[in-house]
Design a protein around this ligand. Sequence first.
Ligand code: NDP
Ligand code: GDR
Length: 323
Amino acid sequence: MPTALVTGITGQDGSYLAEFLLDKGYRVIGIVRRSSTTPYERIAHLIDRVELLSADLLDQTSLTDVVGDTQPDEVYNLAAQSFVQTSWSQPVLTGEFTALGVTRMLEAVKKAAPKARFYQASSSEMFGKVVESPQSETTPFYPRSPYGVAKVYGHWITVNYRESFGLYAVSGILFNHESPRRGLEFVTRKVTDAAARIKLGLAHELRLGNLDARRDWGYAGDYVDAMWRMLQQDVPDDYVVGTGKTWSVRQLCETAFACVGLDYRDYVVQDPRFFRPAEVDLLVANPAKAARQLGWEPKVGFAELIEMMVRADMDRHAPLGRK
Ligand code: NDP
Ligand code: GDR
């Protein structure tokens, strides 16, 4: 039975990846950071099937000990401060978690389990103010937020440890991926949750920032499969993962509100609080290499994804809403 070690197991991707690996027969070990509460909401249904160990991306000793003690075959580094907006108000913390945290994980692997295969959760935010469209593995980076800058560091330190020390280390450059388990502050979930609450009479408006930003949105359940495939190749390499299609925040609103029979224009209000100091206007992936070499392609399309999220939010809020 192969062993996988997952940082960020309590996050959106960690929960889907844990399910995916358990289904494949892996022993799954998750790293969790110490907290005064234990709200493992996304993995509550898996809690008897995964092992959770305490460590923190800020603490080298804890990481090296967990890697040494568990001797994983595969390490998935998903933990990060992952919200772009927060990276402007907490830029140093974002750098510590999202940039230097990667070096700490790589050091832990190099010292304690150098044969382990390492996956780094890189991001389309590295392309930022895009210099070409669609974006592929060869597109130059131009990050537009402290988060994006930190992810560029994480990407290159992963490449560097592969080239310097011969680690099997890969960087997956994933475009936005969503699900009913997406954090409520990210725009897709903010919109689907609001559409459900408005429909049920629990809210009357939705305040958003830039409605013209465009993203390549896919389904998180599909994307964890791509992560795993990257670690099964003979030669470690980096891959772009996305759908190749792009949608505006406005189209997202239209689609989500239509799912509950409403017109978003009656409820959405633009609010300067949600505009960003520097915006990423357009992202769209060229996932040809992942299709060719990994045999990966997305299964869930945009409309199906948004409907899945709206339905889940309707079910969650229904007990509190008007009959
Ligand atoms: P989430 O924000 O849902 O999850 C982040 C995870 O990181 C949580 O489990 C969190 O733990 C953990 N974490 C944060 N800080 C630390 C720390 N100091 N020590 C240990 N654990 C920590 O993110 P996603 O699941 O959406 O994303 C997973 C990864 O993929 C992230 O690195 C993200 O930047 C990257 N990414 C995501 C994309 C997306 O569209 N979702 C696209 C491209 C990249 P806790 O529960 O304690 O907060
Ligand atoms: P992003 O996701 O920044 O792409 O990062 P997010 O959903 O936060 O924003 C997407 C776009 O929507 C615009 N927007 C708003 N965004 C939020 N959150 N709230 C609003 O009210 C709002 N109004 C408009 C934003 O300006 C932006 O253009 C996500 C994260 O998961 C990262 O960790 C990951 O690396 C990238 O996706 C790929």
